[in-house]
Write a protein that binds this ligand. Structure first.
Ligand code: MLT
Length: 262
C-alpha cells in the first residue's frame, strides 16, 4: 500500500504492474477493492493505480464540505506522487463524476477517460431531494437499512452475486456516517459536465448496463456521442456493477480502450 501524505491527511492507494498508468476511481459507497477482479489482467500490461477515496479504508477523512473537484485534485496529487504525468482515468459512477472533473481541471494529464456506469449530467431536483432525505436518514442512525437496501439494487439481477452483495454491504457498513454524507453532499453540488465531453481532446469509454437502475441506460446512451471519440460498450445482462457482473468482458473492453488511448 502506498501513501499520499499531506499536512492534515493521508490517502492510501495500491499500485500493480508497470507501464502507462490507468487509475481506477471507485464509486459510492464502495472502496478500491471493487476493482479486484479487473486489476490482475490489466496490470500485466499497465501500471494500475487504485486509491481509496477520503474516509474509505485507510484513507483519512478530510472535511465535511469536500467537493467532487477537490476529489479530482487528490487524484492529480496521487499521479504526481507517483511521478506520472499522464494517465487513463477510469471512474465507476461517482468515480466517473470525479474523472470528468479531473478531465476539466487537469486536461493535460489525461490520456483517456473511462465512465463505467456513470453520467456527465448533474442531479435533477428529485435526485437532490432524495439524497437530502438519505442524508437525514443516515444522520438519524439509519445507515444500515440504507446500505442493506441500496447494495442489492446495484445489481441487474439481485438474486445473483449474493455473496458479493453481502461482502460489499459489510464493508460499506464500516464507513462512517460523515464519510457517506460528505460524498452525497459532493454529488448534490456537482455541476453538469456535458460541455466537457464536447470539448474533449482524448477518447471516452462508456460502459453501460442495460439493467442499471442508477445510471439509466436510455439517458446515458444519449451522452455517448458527445465527445469526438467514443468507445461504447453495452452489457445486456448487467446492472451498475460490471466489474463484478461482467468482469471478463470489462477487462477485454478496458484493454482495447487503453490500447487505443496510448
Ligand atoms: C455510485 O454508484 O457511485 C453512486 O450510486 C452514484 C450516485 O448516487 O449518483
Amino acid at each position: 500500500m502506498r501513501k499520499l501524505k499531506k499536512d492534515n491527511y493521508t490517502i492510501t492507494y495500491n499500485v500493480h504492474g508497470e507501464g502507462i498508468p490507468i487509475l481506477f476511481i471507485h464509486g459510492f459507497p464502495l472502496s478500491g477493492r471493487i476493482w479486484n477482479e479487473v486489476v490482475p489482467k490489466l496490470s500485466e500490461k499497465y501500471k494500475v493505480i487504485v486509491p481509496d477515496l477520503p474516509g474509505i479504508g485507510n484513507s483519512s477523512f478530510i472535511q465535511e464540505d469536500l467537493t467532487i473537484e477537490e476529489l479530482a485534485s487528490i487524484i492529480a496529487d496521487i499521479l504526481k506522487n507517483e511521478g506520472d504525468e499522464k494517465a487513463i482515468i477510469v471512474g465507476h459512477s461517482m468515480g466517473g463524476y470525479i474523472a470528468l472533473a479531473f478531465a476539466e481541471l487537469f486536461e493535460d494529464m489525461v490520456l483517456g477517460i473511462g465512465l463505467v456506469h456513470s453520467s456527465a449530467t448533474a442531479d435533477d431536483d428529485a435526485k437532490r431531494e432524495l439524497r437530502r432525505k438519505t442524508i437525514r436518514l443516515i444522520e438519524k442512525g439509519g445507515k444500515e437499512p440504507f446500505i442493506r437496501q441500496m447494495i442489492p439494487n446495484l445489481f441487474g439481477n439481485a438474486t445473483k452475486h449474493k455473496e458479493e452483495q453481502e461482502l460489499i454491504s459489510e464493508r460499506s457498513l464500516l464507513t462512517e456516517n460523515k464519510t457517506l454524507t460528505v460524498f452525497y453532499n459532493a454529488m448534490i453540488k456537482r455541476p453538469d459536465r456535458t460541455h466537457i465531453l464536447k470539448n474533449m481532446r482524448f477518447p471516452v469509454m462508456w460502459v453501460l448496463g442495460k439493467q442499471d437502475s442508477i445510471a439509466d441506460y436510455k439517458k446515458v446512451i444519449q451522452q455517448s456521442t458527445l465527445a469526438s471519440v467514443n468507445f461504447v460498450y453495452v452489457y445486456k445482462d448487467c446492472g451498475h456493477m460490471s466489474m463484478l457482473e461482467n468482469a471478463q468482458g470489462l477487462v477485454v473492453d478496458l484493454n482495447s480502450f487503453a490500447d487505443y488511448c496510448i
